[in-house]
Design a protein around this ligand. Structure first.
Ligand SMILES: NC(=O)c1ccc[n+]([C@@H]2O[C@H](COP(=O)([O-])OP(=O)(O)OC[C@H]3O[C@@H](n4cnc5c(N)ncnc54)[C@H](O)[C@@H]3O)[C@@H](O)[C@H]2O)c1
Length: 266
């Protein structure tokens, strides 16, 4: 409790119940954050989420992470609501399946815009505010990029996603070196299969196509990809974000934290 006392966080891609971004927001609030701003392009679940979270330390804002003006707006609203920004979580992400023959240049650009450009933009826009607040905390300010085990493994059927997540890792390393002297720590988290609605929708399609005979069979197949033989849950993953956001990780920057039950990279 209270590991994030007094901190203000902005978490992108947190506008869907059961997803990773919202689990991170819940965990930050439980750890005593002074303010948590969730943002998302989608707004269809916004009211339900606001009611469910039910905290005056929580805001949910409309945001397109690929748009610089939209970043300026959410940052201004965050500072207006809670007085500053200490933690930036770049979590929004998309994938468009396809390999070199089946991915259009337009699709590649769409994926790169959300999974890579948005990280660059978010850090750039939030930097002055993070730098202003960094001296207040033993662990400084924190940027956490939610990437994927896809940063380290190839997948010919999801070329643009893996490319974007690999580039996100290099961005993390370069910016960690640049901003370390200003006490802004920049780390990346690399989840393996994590059971969010997005993942369940994908499983459901495979069940309908007869690839798996049931959802349970699909979950078991996904779990078998790692050595612990379990499917990750957003709530488990959220603990890793709390750690990297808190002073407990004050000597950690530029790191890649895998949360994947030891997947085989190939
Ligand atoms: N679930 C997994 O197994 C898994 C594994 C590895 C990595 N990840 C990564 O975790 C992150 C969250 O994934 P999730 O499973 O919770 O999926 P999700 O689809 O529920 O979450 C992503 C969110 O990003 C939002 N988003 C998309 N484009 C946006 C834009 N332009 N501006 C603002 N928001 C936008 C979506 O509306 C969505 O709510 C993603 O970056 C994903 O690549 C997930």
């Amino acid at each position: 409790m209270n590991r994030l006392h007094g901190r203000v966080a902005l978490v992108t891609g947190a506008g869907r119940r059961g997803n990773i971004g919202l689990a991170v927001c819940d965990a930050f609030l439980r750890e005593g954050a002074a303010g948590v701003v969730a943002t998302d392009l989608r707004s269809d679940e916004a009211e339900v989420i606001r009611q469910q979270v039910g905290s005056d330390r929580f805001r949910l804002l409309a945001h397109d992470v690929t748009d610089p003006a939209s970043w300026q707006q959410v940052l201004a609203e965050t500072v207006r609501s809670f007085g500053g920004l200490d933690i930036l979580v770049n979590n929004a992400g998309i994938s468009i399946h396809g390999g070199i023959e089946t991915t259009s240049l337009d699709d590649l650009h769409k994926v790169m815009a959300v999974n890579l450009d948005a990280l660059f933009l978010g850090i750039q826009v939030c930097l002055p505010e993070l730098a202003r607040r960094a001296p207040l905390h033993a662990g400084g300010a924190a940027v956490i990029n939610n990437l994927s085990m896809g940063s380290f493994m190839s997948n010919p059927n999801n070329l643009s996603y893996h490319l974007s997540k690999a580039a996100g890792r290099m961005l993390t390393l370069c910016v960690a070196k640049e901003l370390g002297p200003r006490k802004i720590r920049v780390n990346s988290i690399h989840p393996g299969v994590t059971m969010t609605p997005l993942m369940r929708d994908g499983c459901q399609k495979y069940v309908e196509q007869g690839v798996w005979e049931s959802m349970a069979a699909g979950e078991a197949a996904l779990a078998s990809l790692n050595k612990l033989n379990i499917a990750g849950q957003p709530e488990d993953l959220a603990h890793a974000f709390v750690y990297l956001a808190s002073d407990e990780s004050r000597f950690i920057t530029g790191t890649a934290l895998s949360h994947d039950g030891c997947c085989e990279y190939y």
